[in-house]
Design a protein around this ligand. Structure first.
Ligand SMILES: Cc1cc2nc3c(=O)[nH]c(=O)nc-3n(C[C@H](O)[C@H](O)[C@H](O)COP(=O)(O)OP(=O)(O)OC[C@H]3O[C@@H](n4cnc5c(N)ncnc54)[C@H](O)[C@@H]3O)c2cc1C
Length: 314
């Protein structure tokens, strides 16, 4: 980790050191920018022992992936500090307040703060999240293929999740939990039947766990259903408070409010870019890394043109 004098202005401060932030940092370092990553160290996929679907890194642990990323940015002189940015103010440049005290200054900002997953309030779900309570079949479906799946409905949109996971197992049961059967449309019912997905009404009261493995789902009426995998859809809570405080225009979606960005991740606040899950709930690791790259390369050009224009204008 580089530790230089932080009183001088940075070209770029990157808030968040997950895939998006570290990828941006790598590009910035290699483009000879003075950059600092401030990372609170709570990446979204930390509960999962393995990360899938990232070409050449399929199956690597998320912790190892990020440790390698930190090594790579260090080679190019990018600094990284383990801290939480508590506030940012803009006065042409940016003043970035650190949770541990003090502040740093930056010409440009990348917000790569990710999102948090709010899990359904069912005992056992949080404890098993990332192990056998899963949210994303693209991330983990292959590893659990053909096992008996349950889907814990979070809303009527969970029908879509139950249909999707039937691509990975033909033994799928949708537990409606607090969703009323009447909320399912005729098309939902036709598709569920065509996919062979069983539908079980009634509130889920807890999980059955044996030898540290999911064994089943227990309903409030006491009935149990043997299942070794439970999919559910957490409510995404985008970590976009800094962007909102900077006045970025936000776009309300059924999956949270995300900043309005151009194709490089530039928000509506001049000088502020965003990447990764901070711009959308469906950004996987590979997208987050790509978004960080795009933002960083756009900033390199932006800073250069600003300097050249300032030189021309005298
Ligand atoms: C259980 C689980 C398993 C997953 N498995 C896969 C998988 O197999 N493959 C895949 O492609 N995707 C997977 N994902 C999705 C993956 O987690 C995200 O795509 C990825 O983490 C997005 O990267 P990011 O950099 O945007 O955010 P993150 O990785 O969440 O990183 C954001 C970082 O910013 C920090 N931060 C937040 N606020 C601040 C602040 N104010 N100051 C400083 N730092 C801050 C956080 O602490 C964190 O370290 C999984 C997700 C979950 C929940």
């Amino acid at each position: 980790m580089n530790t230089t004098d932080r009183s001088e202005i940075y070209d770029v401060v990157v808030v968040g050191g997950g895939a998006a932030g570290l990828s941006a940092a790598l590009v910035l370092g290699r483009a000879r920018q003075r950059a600092l990553v401030v990372d609170a160290g709570e990446p979204r996929n930390a509960p999962s022992p393995h990360m899938q679907g990232y070409l050449t890194r399929d199956g690597m642990s998320p912790a190892e992936f990020l440790a390698l990323g930190r090594e790579e940015i260090d080679r190019y002189g990018v600094e990284l500090v383990r801290d939480r940015v508590s506030d940012v103010t803009r006065d042409g440049d940016f003043t970035v307040a650190l949770g541990a005290g003090g502040a740093v200054r930056a010409r440009r900002l990348i917000v790569a703060t990710g999102l948090k997953d709010e899990l359904p309030d069912v005992p056992g779900v949080a404890e098993r999240f990332g192990k056998d309570v899963l949210h994303c079949p693209f991330c983990h479906g292959w590893e659990v293929r053909d096992e008996p799946f349950g889907v814990l409905a979070a809303s009527a949109m969970s029908v879509h999740q139950a249909l999707m996971v039937s691509q990975w197992s033909k033994d799928v049961t949708l537990f409606l939990h607090r969703v009323a059967e009447a909320e399912l449309t005729d098309q939902d019912l036709r598709r569920l039947a065509a996919a062979g997905v069983g539908v079980v009404p009634g509130e889920v009261a807890g999980l059955l766990v044996e030898d540290d493995r999911l064994a089943g789902v227990r309903l409030a009426d006491g009935t149990t259903h043997a299942r070794s995998v439970l999919f559910t859809a957490p409510r995404p809570l985008p970590q976009t408070g800094l962007l909102e405080r900077l006045g970025a225009e936000m776009n309300e979606t059924p999956f949270g409010a995300y900043p309005v960005v151009d194709p490089t991740g530039l928000t509506t606040v001049p000088g502020v870019w965003a990447a990764g899950n901070a711009i959308g709930f469906a950004e996987q690791v590979v997208h987050a890394a790509s978004g960080g790259y795009r933002a960083a390369s756009a900033i390199v050009g932006d800073l250069l043109m600003s300097r050249l224009d300032a030189a021309v204008d005298g």
